[in-house]
Each structure stands twice: as C-alpha cells, then as structure tokens.
Design a protein around this ligand. Structure first.
Ligand code: 3EB
Length: 342
C-alpha cells in the first residue's frame, strides 16, 4: 500500500523552510484547530491533552487521559508528505512512504493479556505495512501503581509487552524508545511511530538498560531503549524515552522534585552527548529540541518548570502534563525529541 507522493511541500503556519520528514510540535487548542480547518498540513497524528471539545480530524487522534498543565495542550506529529489514513480494527493509522503513526485506545482490565495482544497486533501492523522499525512508543496506563492480584499493574503491562516482543522474535537491541506513565482514566492508550529506515538504539552508560533491570522491577523487564537515533530525509533525529531520576537501576532523590528534575535532564544530556559522539551533528542552539514533561503532582509544576527553564533554552517548545510515573517514588519524567535539521 503506497500513498501518493506530494509534488510540492506543504507549509505550516507560514513556515518557509522545507519540512523535515518528521517533527513533533506543540500547540494551543486554538492553533491546533486552525491546522484542522486549514486541512493541508501533512499531519501523522495528534495527541490532545485537554478535556475541552475540539474539532474531529481525519488523522489518528489520541484523546490523552493526561491533562496539560499549561496552554500548550496538543502535540502534533508532522511529516512532509500527505499521509493516507485508515484503520485496522481498533488501530488508527497514518502512513506515508517512510513513516507510520498509529494509535489505539483499549479497555485495561486483564492488563497483562491485553498488553500482550495489543502489542502483537501493533507489531503485525507495522510489518504488514513495511514499516517494521519501531522508533517510539507511548503508553498511558490506567492506575499504573495499583496492585491487582498481588502484582502492580505496571509490572503486568511490562510482562505482556515483553512476551509480545519475544513471540515476535524481537531482539533487545532493536527495542524502541518509549514512555509508560499512569492515568486515572479507564482506557489503555498506546500510540507509536515506526518507519522503513533502520534506527539505532542509544543506551545511557550511567543507567542499567531497562531490558536488563533485575527481577525486583518485574518478572520480565521493561521493553524499551533509552533513545533511538534515526536518519531520515532532511535530518537526523534523536527520540529520547521518558527519562527519570534513575542511576544504575535505582531511583534517586526521593521526595525532591528539584533534584529529580536536574537528574532527569542530566540523563538526557548524557544521551545527547553519546549520540553526538556517534557522529551525528545535532543542532547546537536547541532550536529543534522539544520536551514533554510528566509531573506527578500539579503543585510541583512551578518548581519543575523553573528548573527546566533554567537548564534549557527558552525558545524550546515544551508541554507539561499531569501523570503518574511508573515508580511510585518518582515525581517527574521528561522525554525529548531532537532533530529535523535540514
Ligand atoms: C525508567 O527509566 C523509568 O516501561 O516503557 C521510562 C520510560 C520508564 C519508559 C516503559 C518506563 C518506560 O525505568 C520508567
């Protein structure tokens, strides 16, 4: 199934430069509605972090259960060519000649079994559409820290996910970057990005790889890489997983939102340095860096925001959302995307 290729590039919101094949941008609800109305942008998908009603779009749209804490409340994943849109059962899909974005929202009872089946289906879908390299997965898991039948729900999710990768003959060295956070909604939301170019896993030398965590974090370890680096037309990309205040495999700075934020950003910096050493020239001024910050308690917003502003460039797009983090002692988790340089 090949989409038609676009002859002339589309321009968004007056942008003049040619579009990168992949970019993740953040918007206010009003800006997002303008994109929907204009209808010409090559949108792969949108993640809506507000309960306010909005225009129904033709692309995969995630009604996130995590509410934004600032005005920027919609993430839009863009490409440079117009995707085709279709669905396969519960999975909504956008497909271009090099990327696939998919989203699904499912009930979350029997979480281990559901996660297993969902992941098996997603992997199958990416392979069927010849977009087998999964770059990035986002998981919003209802009541992530709650125990059910003696097992924490995050661990149930990890078990099902890990089994699905294993049954799909997936190597640990090819696991995608990811985020798994908690919500108070009832549905499990999963959205993901895959493509047809090879990507390279980047691990943080200061952290044990999540897929090698000892069994105390769950019978099967979390299936994700710290970052994925990929090179697609018009630029290099570094997609950094949800990053928390963890060194080795241990959580640091219990109860201290400031230090946890500093440590998370330090871990992100380490990954960026490692990728840069791998010979990818990342833009130095940070213009194409964007951050997504997950905050457990809304009352920590000001504090966390001030540290993030202090340690990163002002002009960087950032979105702050409320979420439970997968370890109950963690107060903040930060993910980052860099790239799209021309
Ligand atoms: C950690 O580093 C914190 O299970 O997909 C971060 C990113 C975390 C992704 C996942 C979990 C996941 O272990 C938690």
């Amino acid at each position: 199934m090949k989409p038609e290729t676009q002859q002339s590039p589309q321009f968004i919101l007056g942008e003049k430069a040619s579009l990168p094949k992949l970019s993740i941008k953040v918007f206010s609800l009003k800006e997002y509605e303008n994109i929907c109305l204009e209808g010409k942008s090559p949108v792969l998908g949108a993640i809506i972090h507000t309960n306010s009603p909005t225009i129904k779009a033709k692309w995969p749209t995630v009604n996130s259960s995590l509410n934004a804490l600032t005005k920027q409340c919609v993430e839009v994943i863009m490409s440079s060519t117009m995707p085709i849109y279709f669905s396969d059962g519960p999975i909504q899909i956008a497909l271009t000649d090099s990327l696939l974005f998919g989203s699904v929202s499912e009930q979350s009872d029997q979480l281990e079994k559901r996660s297993y089946e969902l992941y098996k289906q997603l992997i199958k879908q990416t392979r069927q559409n010849s977009m087998p390299y999964i770059y990035r997965m986002w998981n919003e898991i209802p009541n992530i820290n709650q125990e059910e039948n003696g097992v924490e729900r995050y661990k149930q999710f990890c078990f099902g996910r890990s089994l699905a990768f294993a049954d799909s003959h997936w190597e640990n060295s090819a696991l995608p970057a990811a985020t798994a956070v908690g919500s108070t909604n009832k549905n499990l939301n999963v959205y993901f990005l895959s493509g047809n170019v090879y990507c390279q896993q980047i691990e943080n030398p200061d952290q044990v790889s999540a897929f090698k965590y000892p069994p105390k974090y769950g019978k099967r370890s979390p299936s994700f890489a710290r970052a994925q680096q990929l090179e697609i037309e018009n630029g290099n990309h570094l997609l950094i997983s949800g990053t928390a205040s963890i060194l080795g495999h241990k959580s640091l700075h219990r109860g201290d939102a400031i230090k946890q934020t500093q440590q998370s950003l330090q871990n992100i910096q380490t990954l960026v340095s490692k990728a840069t050493n791998n010979d990818l020239a990342f833009p130095q001024n940070g213009s194409s860096l964007s951050l997504k910050v997950y905050i457990r308690y809304e009352h920590d917003l000001d504090l966390i925001q001030s540290i993030v502003d202090q340690l990163t460039c002002n002009s960087i797009p950032k979105i702050y959302v409320q979420a439970d983090i997968c370890r109950s002692e963690l107060l903040v988790e930060i993910e980052a995307q860099i790239g799209g340089s021309t």
